[in-house]
Design a protein around this ligand. Structure first.
Ligand code: FES
Ligand SMILES: [Fe+2]
Length: 360
């Protein structure tokens, strides 16, 4: 199964890229990230064209990245800017691929496809969620042992929260039969709305509710954008009150998935809250609750599911379908359509025919 190339993918948190070059693997390609003297980030293929050393083992020299093996230097556009050997002429083949890269809302976004199709304004805009000083954030990232589409399956079907996160993120089976799930599609975006009415506040939100114990309405709305970017609003409101994006006590969470390879996914998340605003301890507790759920509940289950599936082609396994599957199936269908569109649009390699030669 090929990856979607013409998409902006998260290459990491911007604050993780400092003065040293950073090696990342995205869509099974080795990439090196580094910062130019003015702070702008740059991305190059992480393989020197001389003897194929990882450029990430080198160092930043002004605007260029110097290979740590024999010293060739490469600029942000991938051209060789310095050859310390011989007459210092730049060999014609001394060039590496460079990738469009933008920094926005704490994230670095890289374009893995045709650079001519890259539109910076199409990189995921999380500003309305995460650039509000009144909404403190917590965040983290993990490496998951599964294809990113298996992780999308997990995030678009939050019915798993009742069982996998029962007692941590939800009150468990109390909500099983009562969860209402609605799926919508807007363009290439899939929206999965999950509602649980008249329940005790979820454990990780009950403190935010001021310790109140009366029943509330829960909402958990997930917006998926290709290939693996999900924006999530999870909150509680008093019974009978509106359940809009900014109502009640809520978290806005971005789940950002980047394929490392067919079987590994880099998962970055960031959560902004509208409660306990000046309470650093509450922020730590929130991080701990989300971290625990992801690392001890989701991550092992997702890896085990991938191991049992053994393939990324879900439908070939003829899965049993439940109501909560609709959104994830729609996302897979859109991904398949985009994949087909990309393959159809890709230039066809010229076929060369060689005349049969009869030995004389
Ligand atoms: S491998 Fe990079 S200069 Fe030799
Ligand atoms: Fe989960």
């Amino acid at each position: 199964m090929s990856f979607l190339k013409n998409q902006w993918y998260c290459a990491g948190f911007g604050h993780d890229l400092a003065e040293r070059p950073l090696a990342v693997r995205i869509l099974d390609e080795p990439i090196v990230l580094y910062r130019l003297p003015d702070g702008r980030p740059a991305a190059l293929h992480d393989r020197c064209p001389h003897r194929f050393a990882p450029l990430s083992r080198g160092k930043v020299c002004g605007e260029s990245l110097q290979c740590g093996y024999h010293g060739l230097e490469f600029g942000a556009d991938g051209s060789c800017t310095s050859n310390p050997w011989g007459d210092h002429a730049i060999p014609k083949a001394a060039r590496v691929r460079s990738y469009p890269l933008v920094e926005r809302d704490m994230f670095l976004w890289i374009w893995m496809g045709d650079p001519a199709l890259a539109r910076e304004e199409e990189a995921l805009d999380l500003g309305t969620f995460f650039n509000r000083p009144q909404h403190p954030v917590v965040y983290d990232s993990y490496k998951l042992e599964a294809n990113y589409e298996v992780v999308v399956d997990n995030l678009l079907d939050l019915s798993h929260g009742i069982y996998l996160h029962g007692g941590t993120l939800t009150n468990g089976k109390e909500g099983a039969g009562k969860m209402r799930v609605e799926m919508k599609q807007e363009g290439d975006t899939v929206i999965a709305l999950h509602r649980r009415d008249n329940e005790l506040p979820a454990p990780f939100l009950s403190k935010a509710w001021g310790g109140r114990t009366e029943r509330v309405n829960h909402r958990s709305d997930m917006h998926w954008h290709p290939a693996g970017n999900l924006v999530h609003v999870v909150g509680i409101t008093e019974i009978g009150q509106p359940q809009g994006r900014d109502d009640g006590v809520y978290l806005h969470v971005a789940h950002i998935l980047t394929p490392i390879s067919e079987r590994q996914t880099h998962y970055h998340w960031i959560a902004a809250r509208n409660f306990a605003l000046d309470d650093a301890e509450a922020g730590k507790a929130l991080h701990a609750a989300i971290h625990r759920a992801f690392t001890q509940e989701d991550e092992p289950m997702i890896a085990a599911v991938q191991e049992r599936m053994g393939t990324t082609d879900l439908m070939a396994l003829r899965p049993v379908l439940l109501p909560g599957d609709a959104a994830a199936l729609r996302a897979r269908r859109i991904t398949d359509q985009l994949r087909k569109r990309e393959l159809d649009a890709a230039p066809v390699a010229p076929v060369t025919f060689r005349a049969a030669v009869t030995p004389t």
